[in-house]
Design a binder for this molecule. Structure first.
Ligand SMILES: Cc1ncc(COP(=O)(O)O)c(C=O)c1O
Length: 402
């Protein structure tokens, strides 16, 4: 089905303010359907779960529906969907839980491509357990993270491999299924950061081979809710910190307290929104099928627009772009000669163009690129609601700095 960006944009009230929102990699805007779902849930009356009255039951239904929606989005099963405030918090929880079984002699593999939220929790948990950390390095200038490098790092001592499905700085999409296969054959678990990858294409946790797949709804048109998707049997084998009266089985053992029920209704609406971007009509296919088709169309649309963005930046003598991986999301990272990244972002803001400057918490990668002490770089990321005019305005404004 063709991708109708005009129709997509009309769904987002915030886009009417005239700004070019090229900051989506840090958080997207919300379509009306998501805003309405959140407000509607609040207006209907909510109660805490486990009560004897209808408002409590409504929160239970919302929570169940949210797990089903996230399972459809990722290819997981609802019983393996842990809900929480964001990826970082959930990753710290999982790191603490998993590291309880680690000790001296055990090893953990992390990468220099990842956002720090998929690095530091594991490094700190390993340090507390006396385990060793091994680092997978980024290959320059491509910005690749070859699976072959993991073969040298993974052994029977490896307990966990933490790797991103896409870099939030330069977009690189490593060969995750090859990396998780290496982990599995050594008896290690894999923890895949899908925060940056999920908004940019179809996700299949089984094909990725991810024991844990984590994503945050605010990166794909939803509210601030994070989720970890895993095999329910694997979750049952773990013993997270939990309160005595909290459930003894199921994903809610990992959820630590009351969930934001209205926001969960917004997450389900965001998944529906993704399914409706360009997929078959509801009723003519399952939601999972609609999501896969829709996200494939969104990816093709973004990649075509990304060609224009990158081509325009690379044609400017005063601009340096970073990363040339064969598989990457539509995320441009660049510096401009004679201006700091913050000065570039300020100049663009004066032209009503939103971009991020800095390291975007890809702390190790910013170091590898030699940009950590130079204020990082400028990130202009495309999501499915960006259009040609957003890109043209960015390019025109960057050209003014030459
Ligand atoms: C790739 C990636 N991983 C992890 C995170 C952290 O996510 P959260 O804000 O949900 O903790 C981000 C946020 O920017 C990200 O881009």
């Amino acid at each position: 089905m063709a991708f109708d960006v005009g129709k997509v944009r009309a769904a987002y009230p915030a886009l009417a303010d005239g700004y070019a929102y090229l900051d989506g990699a840090a958080g997207t805007q919300l379509p009306s359907s998501v805003i309405d779902a959140i407000a509607g849930a609040q207006a209907a009356g909510l109660g805490n779960t486990g009560g004897a009255f209808p408002a409590s039951r409504r929160s239970e239904v919302i929570t169940d529906e949210c797990r089903k929606a996230l399972a459809d989005l990722t290819g997981g099963v609802p019983g393996g969907v842990i809900l929480g405030p964001n990826m970082t918090t959930l990753t710290y929880r999982l790191a603490r839980t998993l590291a309880a079984a680690w000790g001296p002699g055990d090893e953990v593999v992390v990468t220099r491509l990842d956002h720090d939220a998929n690095v530091r929790p594991w490094v700190q948990a390993a340090a507390a357990a006396g385990a060793t950390v091994r680092w997978a390095d980024v290959q320059l200038p491509e910005g690749d993270l070859p699976a072959a490098a993991f073969a040298r790092l993974i052994s029977e001592r490896t307990r966990l491999v933490a790797v991103t499905a896409a870099s939030n700085l330069i977009g690189t999409r490593p060969d995750v299924s090859a990396i998780t296969a290496l982990a599995r054959s050594a008896g290690a678990l894999s923890y895949v950061d899908g925060v940056h990858a999920t908004p940019h294409g179809p996700v299949d946790v089984r094909a990725l081979g991810a024991d844990f797949y984590v994503t945050s709804a605010y990166k794909w048109s939803g509210p601030h809710v994070g989720t970890v998707v895993a095999d329910p049997a694997l979750l049952e084998s773990l013993a997270p910190d939990k309160l005595a009266p909290a459930p003894d089985s199921g994903p809610d053992r990992f959820e630590q307290g009351t969930l934001p029920f209205a926001d969960l209704a917004g997450v389900t609406a965001a998944v529906e929104h993704l399914a409706s971007l360009a997929g078959p009509a509801p009723g003519s296919a399952t939601r999972r099928e609609r999501i896969l088709s829709s996200m494939a169309a969104a990816e093709a649309y973004e990649q075509a627009l990304f060609g224009v963005l990158l081509g325009g930046l690379d044609a400017m003598g005063h601009v340096t772009t970073y990363g040339k991986a064969a598989r990457r999301t539509a995320t441009a990272f660049f510096t401009v000669e004679g201006s700091t990244p913050r000065q570039v972002a300020e100049h663009l803001a004066r032209r009503d163009v939103n971009v991020w400057d800095g390291d975007n918490y890809a702390w190790e990668l910013a170091g590898v690129l030699g940009l950590r002490d130079a204020g990082g770089g400028v990130r202009a990321g495309l999501v499915h609601y960006n259009d040609r005019s957003d890109v043209d305005r960015l390019l025109a404004a960057v050209a003014e700095l030459g």
